[in-house]
Design a protein. Structure first.
Length: 131
């Protein structure tokens, strides 16, 4: 059983991120590793903590770590800045330096498109709030 990350429950399933449990581990490892060296506000720390929690959940109960991005701990006062932070985080997570920190070899051809798709979905949070 794998994990699904989507914008929300009504999101078109062709935009979902569908990952194996190992893929989910790698995806979250890269995001968390990238965040370690970035300055974060309290709200951004909460977003990273949410991702760390999903990683822990996947370690304990594989196949149950999927989530809807709208359920992340967003704050309306800092939404644009936090979305920008998370998009920047996905870009950094795709860097060679983050891949080199992994204790295993990861297939960039698989993981990099996931990071791009995640950034695109995260960006939709701001677009949705401006309607």
């Amino acid at each position: 059983m794998g994990n699904i990350i989507r914008l929300n429950e009504s999101d078109a399933n062709n935009e979902w991120l569908v990952m194996s449990n190992q893929g989910t581990d790698c995806f979250l490892d890269l995001l968390v590793s990238a965040a370690d060296s970035m300055e974060k506000t309290v709200n951004q720390e909460e977003l990273v903590s949410f991702l760390k929690d999903r990683k822990d959940i996947n370690d304990i109960a594989p196949g149950t770590a999927g989530f809807d991005i709208v359920e992340m701990p967003w704050h309306s006062e800092t939404l644009k800045e936090d979305v920008s932070f998370l998009i920047g985080l996905t870009e950094k997570a795709g860097s060679e330096s983050c891949f080199e920190k992994l204790p295993y070899d990861a297939d960039k051809g698989i993981v990099l498109p996931w990071l791009k798709q995640f950034a695109m979905l995260v960006g939709q949070i701001v677009a949705g709030s401006e309607r």
